[in-house]
Design a protein. Structure first.
Length: 222
């Protein structure tokens, strides 16, 4: 039994080293990339970011953790970004997360080789200094990363549906801009978009869920 236990531990460590090495190797030295350069990247993305019948109750039920807070530093990865998030309130999940910094994989990313901004499921980056309510689940590979010095003692999450439907600015403003699937955009043209939507129906559904979130968690009535 002890021999089997040792083998399992060794295999776990090997997996952690391999996955950790791949992720760390994908970090990009953003000091060599100017913000002006990123503004000129072409935006690429699909025409939808959630199921048609998706609802507020689905969002709450699907999520392991619901928190409010602000975005901190951001690391650019090969196919994702990793952002620090300072939690100020916990609505679902472990209350010990309050006043702590967790880390979240954001699904959209910059393709530095081809100069694209890849929009994944309607997600656009959180703005530094703004307050957000996020719907999250635990990063499934965290158990394998506990032996990696970079990930050790970090709480890492991903958006529940890995898209724009899981992130809401707490300002009482309802976004009203949509993109045309027939037009090309540069990142500078969509930088301030709270969510990337390609139809009015899609955006209306997002705003309806945001309205319910503000009412439920912040007692704000529009």
């Amino acid at each position: 039994m002890n021999k089997i236990y040792v083998i399992v531990i060794v295999i776990t460590i090997i997996i952690a080293v391999i996955v950790g090495g791949i992720v760390r190797a994908s970090f990009v030295d953003t000091q060599k990339i100017s913000l002006d350069d990123l503004m000129e990247y072409k935006a690429m993305g699909g025409p939808w970011f959630y199921e048609k019948n998706f609802s507020f109750s689905d969002l709450v039920e699907d999520s392991e953790v619901i928190v409010k807070g602000t975005a901190l530093e951001r690391e650019f990865l090969h196919l994702s970004t990793l952002v620090g998030f300072r939690v100020v309130s916990v609505y679902k999940g472990n209350d010990s997360l309050k006043n702590k910094t967790i880390y979240i994989f954001e699904p959209s990313f910059f393709n530095f080789k081809n100069k694209f901004f890849i929009i994944h499921n309607g997600y656009n980056f959180m703005k530094y200094g703004d307050e957000y309510i996020l719907f999250l689940k635990k990063w499934p590979y965290l158990e394998y990363m506990k032996y990696n010095p970079f990930y050790k003692n970090k709480d890492i999450y991903m958006l529940t549906h890995n898209g724009g439907i899981d992130k809401y600015n707490t300002n009482n403003v309802f976004f009203d801009k949509i993109l045309s699937s027939e037009q090309e955009y540069y990142y500078r043209e969509i930088e301030e978009y709270e969510v990337i939507a390609y139809s009015k129906d899609e955006l209306n559904r997002y705003n309806e869920i945001k309205k319910q979130i503000l009412e439920k968690f912040l007692n704000i009535n529009k």
